[in-house]
Structures are given as C-alpha cells and as structure tokens.
Ligand binder design. Structure first.
Ligand code: 28F
Length: 283
C-alpha cells in the first residue's frame, strides 16, 4: 500500500533530500570537514569564508576584503567581487546562491580553474560553514540589486529575495557558529588578524581589514604592495640584514607561478616559511 505523501513531502524533491542528507552528515561528523570541533575548527569556519573571498580576488575581480567580529560574536566577511550568482539553477530549479550555500562542494571551486591556485579547507565549501552555523546570512550585490537569504543550521528559511538596489557588486556572509557543535564559539581577534596579515603579504594587490566590535580599538588594515619582500622584512624586523634589502625571485614553469624572497641576517638561526596556494605548508 503506497504511503500517502504528506503535503510537506510533496514540497521536497529528490534534490532536497540529498541536500538535507549532506548537511546532516556534516553536522553528524563535523571533524571530517573542519578537522576538529575545538577552537581550531571554529576558526576554520572563518578561514573557509575568507578563502572564498580570496578566490574571487585570485580570479581578478576583488581587491578589498573586510572581516568584522560582531558584538554578538557572529562574523561578517565582505568582498567587492562579482557577487555569488543568484540566477535560478538550470537543473536544481533554485537560486545558484542557495546551491552554493546548501550543497556540499557546490562552490564551483571544483569546476573552476581557480582551484589550482586557491587553498582553504581544500575547498569543502561554504555549505559546511552554513551547516555548522546556528544561522548564516548571505547578502549578494549584483545586477543592480541586493539579494538576501538566511539559513538556520544550513536549511534556508525562505527563498532568495531582493531587499534593495545598489550599484556596486560583492558578497557579504555573516555566520554565527552553532553552540550545539562547538563547545567554545568565541573567536580570537589575534588569531584571525594574524591569518589576514599573512594573506595580505601573500596577495600583494589585496587590501584586507579586520575589526572587532566586541572591544574598542581592535582593528587593522593590511595592504602590502611589496608582497613577499615586505613579508620578509616583517618576519626579520628584529634582525639586521647583511644582504641589503630582501632578494626576490619569481618565475613560472608549465603554468605554475613561483615567488621566492629571502635575506641573510647576523644571527645563526634561520626561519623558512613555505606556502602553496596561500596554505602554509609547515612540513
Ligand atoms: C564573503 C565571502 O564567498 N565570494 C564569492 C563569488 C563569485 C562567484 C562565485 C563566489 C557557483 C558554481 C560558480 C560570480 N560570477 N566571499 C565570497 N564570490 N562564487 S564566492 O561563483 C560560484 C559559482 O561555480 C562568481 C561569475 N562567476 C563566479
């Protein structure tokens, strides 16, 4: 005897079930997606959103990223890129924004050539941040309009709606980590500031700012036109260079770009930092 479909089931298509399953799995096994649910995993939520903005800069469309730790402990990241597409997805019949925000690995990173130069949580995508947030709000400025959608633990509260008009373009994501997942949900300003400073050195055409609205006078703006040369000067600022200004070498082989900067100082210890696609390859 076929079970009568309730009204609710009528609304859910196969796609929705798969989306709910995906986000459910993220909430059941968060450590599989963000490493752990300690304060390190918490900060990974911010890094994933930041890395999506960095991707947009690497694609050549964004040159300003801001991060605010809001009074209530949520985090807002903005970029002045093209804005996540909001058109209705041909097969999913929902806004591309909702696809990006609710479907695992739908962030396009996997089918964009920018993946070869972008890092992050190996691109698990912002849908993981969404699933692990009590709420997440996306505000997209694109095509002269401001689009908005809010999610609760990854599930959209309503369809994408237009809430205003604007000339610029860009993406703004605000998320509030879920205390059902994380024991500690307060972000450490210094931890995020250090990563943003590093990203600004590694991406010399980018301006990155951070502001902590929970405390006074906690803000910084980073823009290092000298890139790695400025990074070496900063890392070695307590030593006296014996090689004049840092030596800089750059080149590319088979479409892989490499940059090296170094200097010698009077001390006996050496510090070597290596990065691949903005990821600090500690080994
Ligand atoms: C605050 C965090 O997440 N910025 C982003 C874009 C721009 C595009 C994009 C993102 C889905 C499948 C392509 C726009 N126009 N900041 C961000 N900015 N994602 S995330 O595309 C994702 C699509 O593949 C974008 C044209 N192409 C790409």
């Amino acid at each position: 005897m076929a079970k009568n479909k309730t009204e609710k089931e009528e609304e859910y298509g196969a796609g929705d079930i798969q989306v709910l399953k995906g986000l459910e799995h993220v909430r059941k096994r968060p450590a599989m997606y963000i490493g752990d649910i300690s304060t390190r995993g918490l900060h990974h939520l911010a890094y994933e959103v930041i890395d999506n903005a960095i991707d947009e800069a690497l694609a050549g469309y964004c040159d300003k990223i801001t991060l605010t730790i809001n009074k209530n402990g949520s985090v807002t990241v903005t970029d002045n890129g093209r804005g996540i597409p909001t058109d209705i997805h041909p097969t999913e019949k929902i806004s591309a924004l909702e696809v990006v925000m609710t479907q695992l690995n739908a962030g396009g990173k996997f089918n964009r050539d920018s993946y070869k130069v972008s890092g992050g949580l190996h691109g698990v995508g912002v849908s993981v941040v969404n699933a692990l947030s009590e709420y997440l709000e996306a505000e997209i400025v694109r095509d002269g309009k401001v689009y908005y959608q809010k999610y609760k633990r990854g599930a959209p509260e309503a369809k994408v709606k237009v809430i205003g008009n604007a000339k610029k373009t860009g993406t703004k994501v605000t998320f509030y980590p879920d205390s059902e997942i994380f024991k500690v949900i307060n972000f450490k300003y210094e931890t995020i500031e250090e990563r943003l400073r590093e990203l600004a050195y590694l991406n010399k055409d980018l301006s990155i700012s951070i502001k902590d609205d929970r405390e006074k006078d906690k803000e910084a703006e980073f823009h290092f036109k000298g890139g790695l040369v400025d990074f070496v000067k900063y890392l070695d600022e307590s030593e006296k260079s014996i090689s004049g200004k840092p030596i800089f070498i750059s080149g590319d082989r088979e479409n892989v770009q490499v940059e090296v900067a170094f200097q010698y100082n009077e001390s006996y210890n050496d510090n070597t930092y290596t990065f691949v696609n903005n990821i600090n390859t500690h080994e």
